[in-house]
Design a protein around this ligand. Structure first.
Ligand code: NAP
Length: 303
């Protein structure tokens, strides 16, 4: 199979941008990668790892060689990055991104690049780490990448972007941007908000010392701390950009939490057991569909 693109540009060489570069090196070795990051220090670190064919802190004439440009910057930085690259793009370039929210990013890209071919994407894969050193080539293998182009988007461009992600090992699905934001509000954004809250609450408790929180961070709490260690700038932008869907899901969550609170108060053990039985089957379905490891405790070693 021939590569979907001869030259691509990756803007933002952090966790996701550097993982794309690594995966392209591995799966599409003939594809040329122009790496951009406004941070010269990040460019130097990416160059030390040898991720791309060029490392550039600012856009210039070479950007016109890119057949696809993927914006891998925080959602709140998409408009600025798109506006900065606008004068240097080829008219035929496909503009894509990896932002965790899609409706706001699509609006931002359309505003900054009114005549561009835009095919937004969201690889539903990541970790709590940031920066070029955090990336790895297998990040997208077997994971979903959701494309959210407009209904009238260029069909060939959508197919090329889909072929690109499939070459990196991802499964591709197409979805309306607003629906994507609602689904991800439940599966990703709300869990992060809950984790940030629980870890924040524990660290604020007056009767429990910081050292006790860390020392006795058994099972449940420890797993929340992993999520709550996620990049502060990225997640600030996600909540501000997907405000409506997150607030809607938060409302539902608060109602369900109140119902649980009542069940505990009035000793309704059967209600608790019924819910916990239902949630256990969700975990099992995730494992059956190959979206997580079946090993207990995420395969951590217990020495
Ligand atoms: P990251 O590791 O923090 O990397 C982002 C990089 O973009 C940083 O090096 C940052 O430089 C650079 N940057 C910021 N503004 C820029 C601009 N205007 N022009 C050029 N470079 C700029 O973040 P990440 O985790 O890879 O996330 C990137 C995108 O992927 C976000 O939109 C996020 O929503 C999406 N995403 C993340 C995950 C995840 O789990 N992390 C999963 C799926 C999708 P500075 O150091 O100067 O800020």
């Amino acid at each position: 199979m021939s590569a979907p693109f001869d030259t691509i540009a990756i803007v933002g060489l952090g966790l996701i941008g550097s993982s794309i570069a690594r995966a392209v090196r591995q799966s599409l070795p003939n594809t040329r990668i122009l790496g951009y990051d406004r941070n010269v220090n990040v460019c130097a670190r990416a160059e030390a790892i040898g991720l791309c064919d060029a490392y550039l802190p600012a856009f210039g004439a070479e950007l016109a060689e890119a057949q696809m440009v993927i914006l891998c910057v925080p959602v709140g930085a998409m408009t600025a990055a798109a506006a900065a690259m606008a004068p240097h793009l080829s008219a035929h370039a496909i503009i894509s991104d990896v932002g965790s929210c899609k409706a706001s990013v699509l609006t931002a890209l359309r505003g900054a690049l009114p005549n561009a071919i835009i095919v937004p994407a969201h690889p539903v894969a990541g970790t709590e780490n940031s920066g070029p050193e955090a990336g790895f080539a297998s990040l997208f293998k077997g994971r979903w990448c959701i494309l959210t182009p407009d209904a009238d988007a260029d069909a060939e461009a959508c197919e090329r972007v889909a072929a690109f992600w499939q070459a990196l090992g991802a499964n591709v699905e197409r979805m309306d941007a607003a629906h994507h934001d609602l689904v991800l509000a439940v599966t990703s954004h709300l869990p992060h908000l809950i984790a940030y809250t629980i870890v924040g609450t524990a660290s604020d408790l007056e009767g429990v010392t910081q050292s006790e929180v860390i020392k006795y961070s058994a099972g449940g709490f420890r797993d929340f701390t992993r999520i709550a260690a996620s990049d502060p700038v990225m997640w600030r932008d996600v909540f501000l950009s997907n405000k409506d869907a997150v607030l809607e899901m938060l409302q539902r969550f608060s109602e369900d939490l109140s119902a649980l609170q009542r069940a505990i108060r009035w000793d309704k053990g059967d209600e608790l057991e019924e819910l916990f039985t239902r949630t256990r089957t969700i975990r099992r379905s995730i494992i059956e569909q190959g979206q997580d490891d079946a090993k207990p405790d995420f395969g951590r070693e217990h020495k």
